[in-house]
Design a protein around this ligand. Structure first.
Ligand SMILES: CCCCCCCCCCCCCCCCCC(=O)N[C@@H](Cc1ccccc1)C(=O)O
Ligand SMILES: [Zn+2]
Ligand SMILES: [Zn+2]
Length: 480
């Protein structure tokens, strides 16, 4: 177990108490950020005017961050931002806080308030980006601004990287920032990005909120399936057409899911650590997975999120076919989006897919693919994990267990694997099932949850300066 020196090395700790005026300004700042429609539609199309405006906005809202001598600000890839916060102790390895300023599109249908209005209703701020991921962008800068206003000077250096194209790959933002840091010889102690939450009532039998820190993220593959045929007159159709052959292939994939990998990823460890949080008899079941593993793994398949944690998922997302009502279509093609379980590879999933489809008339074209990310350490020596765990317990006293998990989506963080093997995906936001609206309609964050996120980062930055007894870079180890 890591021991924490209860005192900061040389300065006294700054309490995370904010005045009413500061809290109001914090909320207004987030609302203003939501009002700038920084939408990434595709590689060819993003709202560059909004991305540029967002750069000006953060300069206006966080003047101290931009005018502090030990903070360097750089624009990378035209719209992404890199902040280098120089700490006073060069013996401490720096870390990285990540977030992204772009958002997915939000057509107005189904929204209770316009998606880029940032309106507040019943204690919630609504809008595209309130959870994914302007909350993090703004909370990181807000926490730093508040610390600087209290004359905080960090001991451990850190970087803040705000990507502008995460929702379309991160190749212009995160990838370029990562290359820049690498060219400067930077090695990171760890990085923290979006990708998991504190969840409350996620499963009915869970008694208290739990915090899941994702320590690995799934791989991905966009696979195009295509069928070609000679076109003909629809009045004399052949028994099978390009559309029926392609549909049958997709149906085969839906009827034959990828194997259940429970026991070969983070989920088993996560459930074992959470066992005591469940009421009886589930706690007994989880303490005896040697016996109940088959039952538990089948149970997890029933919920789309837990199902995504235990297997490679297969989602047909694009289907194109047909040119005219009376012409047998010459081509039918579909894109299938796979999210690859950490215990599998792109190659394995592609082979499995070909075997499941088992039809030579279907061609396979891999459009984009990457393997799952390696599992980051969670042991006593894992500074990033331990700092998050410690800060979670301090800021969310209602959370009794912090457990490692797998991120079912992808984040900018994978572009930083060249700088560190300690990548942790965790958004310090408490979510109830009704608030899982990422990429959906009526995305929202409660005012309280956002204020807590700012408080969390305010505490986390200070904790990163705290003396961790037994950590490799503790300069005071010889005193012990
Ligand atoms: C026993 C109970 C445990 C419950 C734990 C519940 C935690 C659930 C957290 C789920 C959060 C999912 C957050 C995913 C973040 C993904 C961010 C994102 O949308 N990224 C895009 C990136 C992308 C990828 C490919 C092309 C374009 C963009 C994504 O689609 O993954
Ligand atoms: Zn995101
Ligand atoms: Zn997203």
């Amino acid at each position: 177990q890591v021991l924490w020196n209860t005192q900061l090395r040389d300065t006294s700790r700054i309490p995370s108490n904010f005045s009413r005026q500061e809290r109001m300004a914090t909320i207004e700042a987030l609302k203003g950020a939501i009002q700038i429609p920084t939408v990434s539609f595709s590689h060819e199309k993003s709202n560059t005017t909004a991305l540029a405006e967002f750069g000006e906005y953060i300069q206006r809202v966080f003047p101290t961050v931009f005018h502090t001598s030990f903070i360097k600000h750089e624009v990378v890839g035209n719209y992404s931002h890199l902040f280098t916060v120089q700490g006073s102790d060069p013996s401490l390895q720096p870390y990285l806080l990540l977030a992204h300023i772009d958002v997915v599109p939000a057509p107005e249908e189904g929204w209770e308030v316009p998606p880029f209005s940032g309106q507040e209703r019943d204690g919630f701020i609504y809008g595209r980006g309130t959870l994914d991921n302007k909350n993090s962008v703004m909370a990181i800068l807000q926490a730093l601004e508040l610390l600087l206003l209290r004359n905080y000077t960090p001991q451990r250096s850190f970087f803040i990287a705000l990507g502008h194209d995460e929702e379309i790959s991160g190749t212009d933002g995160a990838q370029k920032i990562s290359a820049l840091l690498q060219s400067r010889g930077v090695r990171l102690a760890f990085a923290v990005d979006e990708g998991s939450f504190v969840v409350d009532n996620f499963l009915p039998s869970l008694k208290k909120p739990i915090a899941i820190i994702a320590v690995s993220e799934k791989g991905a593959m966009d696979l195009m399936l295509r069928v070609n045929m000679t076109p003909g007159h629809s009045s004399a159709p052949p028994k099978e057409t390009t559309i029926s052959i392609l549909s049958a292939a997709i149906n085969q994939l839906q009827q034959n899911p990828m194997p259940n990998m429970f026991g070969r990823g983070q989920v088993k460890t996560m459930l074992q650590q959470l066992a005591g949080e469940f009421s009886s008899p589930i706690n007994i079941v989880l303490r005896n997975l040697w016996l109940f593993q088959p039952f538990v793994s089948r149970f997890l398949e029933k919920n789309p999120i837990t199902n995504a944690m235990i297997r490679t998922t297969v989602a047909p997302t694009v289907f194109q076919a047909g040119i005219k009502v009376n012409v047998i279509p010459p081509v039918a093609q579909a894109i299938i989006n796979f999210r690859i379980h950490p215990a599998q590879t792109v190659h394995e999933v592609l082979e499995l897919t070909k075997n499941i489809v088992a039809d030579d008339r279907v061609q396979f074209h891999v459009l984009r693919a990457f393997d799952p990310s390696p599992v980051s350490p969670t042991d006593d020596q894992a500074l990033g994990y331990q700092l998050l765990r410690h800060t979670i317990h301090a800021v969310f006293p209602e959370v009794s267990v912090v457990a490692p998990g797998t991120c079912i989506g992808n984040t900018d963080s994978r572009h930083y694997l060249n700088l560190t093997r300690g990548i942790y995906l965790f958004n310090p936001v408490l979510l109830k099932p009704a608030d899982f609206r990422i990429h959906g309609v009526n995305e929202r964050i409660s005012v309280q949850a956002y204020e807590t996120q700012v408080k969390f980062i305010f505490e986390f930055i200070q904790n990163a300066d705290m003396e961790l007894v037994g950590m490799p870079d503790s300069p005071h180890q010889h005193d012990l």
